[in-house]
Design a protein around this ligand. Structure first.
Ligand code: NAD
Ligand code: TYD
Length: 370
């Protein structure tokens, strides 16, 4: 364990958390204590490869539990915190924002108070190097028109209950730095995609629906724009900001990859048509499907749907030398292949019968490649 730095990661069993915890542990420099409540968004299969690893500890519990959180600081004496735990889906927040307020606002406040109490008691040297890194979203800035980019100076203007709760948590983080000197860093990132994303978010939802021959529901006119970033690139940025950023710093992070939703859905269909053509899958052939694009349906728009997000990442590129490494077409292909190769994970996530489906409809691929 010598030389390894112990950190607390919250939400390490979610989409970004899973990719992030694996990156930290595999880097060889960290011992990770993952505090996660294992809500619907977590998946017990996501980190099985790290079970029993000497540099990985899992703690099931909520970030709103002050006693538990404080006991973890006391027990593990971390050099810092990566705070990822959150309720993260806009559509759910529109239906009911209660959990968003509890986890994103109260939970972040609880993490900050516990961190502050622990930090106050550290030696000057450890106090100086401690970091509380808060992972946030570009959605706190509201919506862009046809032009312009979000950057570190953009005023907050959250439009959804989700983004309002994240904005609130960002403000608490900022205030704890300003008022108490807690060494915090905030990262505001654009939409992530990649392996382990719960299939309620657009990209995995479209992949899963397509493979089951179900409609692909595109909200409104499909012209809303998101700046997609491959999840591993985001994780590397967060690690870099923790290691090299200064207290009080904020970084906006994006893929420089603006895509209209309808174009993303079309690209998913093109890749699927190539690697899992419907005419070669009995269930979809019987449905008469020739291309997954035939499944696209325009549906009622999301209330308050933000039109466009786009990030200017100049600061993190210039100051920390970060850049996105995975191009969109390659990242999307990698993501689709991951979902096809991990039916057990998808079954757990969807509570469904994807594993069975793969066995029945897709097994010929495994046979073919033998
Ligand atoms: P996710 O929903 O996939 O995972 C969230 C994780 O937090 C889950 O493992 C869940 O069990 C855990 N959690 C929820 N409530 C908890 C609580 N009270 N106590 C402890 N753990 C709890 O989310 P994600 O997409 O991985 O996002 C992670 C973070 O990154 C969030 O803070 C989100 O706002 C932010 N973010 C996400 C994106 C994106 O595109 N997904 C983009 C920018 C920022
Ligand atoms: P989502 O993945 O929910 O992320 P966010 O709302 O945080 O950006 O949605 C991405 C975009 O895709 C967003 O503009 C809404 C749209 N969308 C659809 O068109 N259909 C869907 O079924 C979903 C879930 C999202």
């Amino acid at each position: 364990m010598a030389g390894k730095q112990t950190v607390i990661v919250t939400g390490g069993s979610g989409f970004i958390g899973t990719n992030f915890v694996r990156l930290l542990v595999k880097s060889g420099g960290y011992r990770v204590v993952n505090l996660d409540a294992l809500t619907y968004a977590a998946n017990a299969l996501s980190l099985v490869d790290l079970e029993g690893h000497p540099d990985y500890v899992f703690v099931k519990g909520s970030i709103t539990d002050r006693e538990l959180v404080s006991s973890l600081f006391a027990k593990y004496q971390p050099v810092g915190v990566f705070h990822l735990a959150a309720e993260s889906h806009v559509d759910r927040s529109i239906v009911n924002a209660e959990d968003f307020v509890q986890t994103n606002v109260v939970g972040t406040y609880t993490m900050l108070e516990s961190a502050r109490a622990y930090w106050k008691g550290l030696s000057d040297e450890k106090k100086h190097s401690f970091r509380f890194l808060h992972v946030s979203t570009d959605e706190v800035f509201g919506s862009l028109g046809e032009t312009g980019y979000f950057n570190e100076e953009t005023p907050y203007a959250p439009n959804s209950p989700y983004s309002a709760s994240k904005a609130s948590s960002d403000h608490f983080v900022r205030a704890f730095h300003h008022t108490y000197g807690l060494p915090t860093i905030i990262t505001n990132c654009s939409n992530n995609y990649g392996p382990y994303q719960f299939p309620e978010k657009m990209i995995p939802l479209m992949i899963m629906n397509a493979l089951s021959g179900k409609p692909l529901p595109v909200y409104g006119d499909g012209m809303n724009v998101r700046d997609w970033l491959y999840v591993e690139d985001h994780c590397k940025a967060v690690k870099l900001a923790f290691e090299k950023g200064q207290p009080g710093d904020v970084y906006t992070i994006g893929g420089n990859n603006e895509q209209k939703n309808i174009d993303v859905v079309n690209q998913i269909c093109v890749i699927l048509d190539d690697i899992a053509p419907p005419v070669e899958i009995p269930q979809l052939r019987e449905q008469g499907l020739k291309s997954y694009r035939e499944l696209i349906r325009f549906v009622t728009d999301r209330p308050g749907h933000d039109r466009r997000y786009a990030i200017d990442s100049t600061r993190i590129r210039r100051e920390l030398g970060w850049r996105a490494e995975v191009g969109f077409e390659a990242g999307l292909r990698r993501t689709i292949e991951w979902y096809l190769s991990n039916p057990d994970w998808v079954d757990r996530a969807s509570g469904g019968s994807f594993g069975e489906w793969i066995q029945k409809n897709y097994a010929w691929r495994a046979e073919e490649s033998k």
